[in-house]
Design a protein around this ligand. Structure first.
Ligand SMILES: Cc1cc2nc3c(=O)[nH]c(=O)nc-3n(C[C@H](O)[C@H](O)[C@H](O)COP(=O)(O)OP(=O)(O)OC[C@H]3O[C@@H](n4cnc5c(N)ncnc54)[C@H](O)[C@@H]3O)c2cc1C
Length: 396
């Protein structure tokens, strides 16, 4: 039996970030994932994330950020409502920053985090999963499907939105269907994106164009009612290109689909417990939110940063890493953060859905006020950008 301090189940972006943050701690760590990490392809993958400045700082400290060649910083954001006077723009200079965030493919980020673990003692156990878990006073015994046995003091569930570990441990979950599916794809446009992230709100849902490293290429996240998303994913490429460019008000000229259209169903999830005895839920296993503000993995990275900071401090203070009081304090912090984002996203989703005339006026006036008097919206924007809020030490 292999003796470990931490087993991280899920070698996605969040699980690997935690492993990387603790790789020099002296803790004995293994990462278990049922799949091989995604390969980086020549063409951009349609699965990308907008990474905010707090996550950038955290990834920089891990030595992963500088390993990423394919990333696109954006220095402006432009948001408007279709068929309305509502329009809002911000630039990095308003926040005394060189840029507001960066767009990175998920697979590229995952590979950079893996590279940061090279030459560390972290065990990477891919293409295997846990068959059984039993707990005693000292820790947990895990049996993998290749019959390997692991003993660990803490078990980290970073196994994604449908977290098998969360289900196995019967952690209560609050969830609601956004009744939206996100259609994601890579798009070539006739006009260059100019390093600006753009989003239009339509009665059917928001459509974002996120700038990629090639001047005329963007990744889109188009949130739509399920039936409409399915129709747009299966219609001819010509029809798709026309409907996309028209919905986007031809802001970047004509659009041409590059590669596949991928559908991602959208559900809000909130695990009522993020710590249960020796089990800790992290990233999408603990919470999922609507992608309209691009905050999901940023929240997950802050979970990883906060947990790493907490455990490192416990080591310094000579406190056992499974001390329930310290782990509860960590849980309270992260739950408060997740609830705040879930509520904010729900508010946005409600306010921006449908054709209701009163809501339309509120949206128009709200965006005008935000555009003309930035302080009115600055705290929320700064938090989304990762410039303020209760940030973990390693992301400040
Ligand atoms: C359309 C869309 C757009 C988004 N855009 C943004 C954005 O712009 N910015 C942003 O911050 N967030 C965004 N998000 C959210 C972001 O994609 C997620 O928050 C992020 O991928 C979660 O990472 P994770 O590591 O927690 O989970 P995952 O990426 O799901 O990783 C989970 C890992 O666990 C493994 N696993 C699963 N089950 C098992 C098992 N039984 N045993 C072993 N391993 C297992 C999986 O193989 C996987 O590697 C978006 C989400 C969607 C759907």
């Amino acid at each position: 039996m292999k003796m470990l301090d931490l087993v991280i189940v899920g070698g996605g972006m969040v699980g690997l970030a935690l492993a990387s943050a603790l790789r020099n701690s002296g803790l004995r760590i293994a990462v278990v994932d049922k799949q091989q990490p995604a390969e980086i392809l020549a063409e951009a993958s349609p699965r990308v994330s907008a990474i905010n400045l707090a996550s950038e700082r955290f990834l920089e400290r891990l030595g992963a950020w500088s390993l990423i060649q394919r990333k696109q910083p954006f220095s402006g954001m432009s948001v408007w409502e279709k068929d309305s006077f509502a329009h809002f723009e911000v630039e990095a200079s308003q926040f005394q920053q060189p840029h507001l965030g960066s767009i990175v493919e998920n697979s590229v980020l995952q590979q950079a985090l893996l590279a940061s673990l090279k030459e560390s003692s972290v065990d990477l156990l891919f293409q295997t999963q846990i068959q059984s878990v039993s707990e005693n006073e000292q820790g947990m015994v895990l049996v993998l499907d290749n019959q390997q046995m692991l003993f660990t003091r803490l078990l980290i569930a970073a196994d994604g939105a449908n977290s098998p570990l969360r289900q196995q441990f019967r952690i209560p979950l609050a969830s609601w269907d956004y009744q939206h599916t996100a259609l994601v794809a890579t798009i070539q446009t006739t006009e260059p994106h100019g390093n600006v992230a753009r989003q239009v709100f339509t009665p059917q849902g928001p459509l974002a164009f996120l700038p990629l490293w090639s001047a005329n290429e963007c990744s889109i996240v188009w949130s739509l009612p399920v039936a409409l998303a399915e129709e747009l994913a299966s219609c001819s490429v010509d029809e798709f290109n026309h409907r996309l460019a028209a919905t986007f008000d031809l802001k970047l000229g004509l659009c041409e689909l590059v590669g596949a259209r991928v559908l991602c169903p959208l559900t809000a999830r909130y695990a009522r417990q993020q710590v249960q005895s020796r089990l800790i839920l992290l990233g999408d296993a603990a919470h999922t939110i609507h992608p309209l503000a691009g905050q999901g993995v940023n929240l997950g990275f802050m979970d990883a940063a906060a947990l790493a900071d907490t455990l490192l401090q416990m080591l310094v203070d000579n406190i056992p890493i499974d001390d329930p009081r310290k782990l509860r304090a960590y849980e309270r912090w992260r739950k408060a953060e997740a609830v705040q984002w879930l509520a904010t996203m729900e508010g946005f989703k409600q306010l921006f859905s449908g054709d209701d005339q009163l809501k339309k006026i509120i949206r128009g006036v709200g965006m005008r006020m935000a555009a003309h008097s930035l302080p009115f919206i600055t705290p929320l924007l700064e938090q989304a950008l990762g410039l303020n809020g209760e940030l973990p030490e390693s992301a400040r």
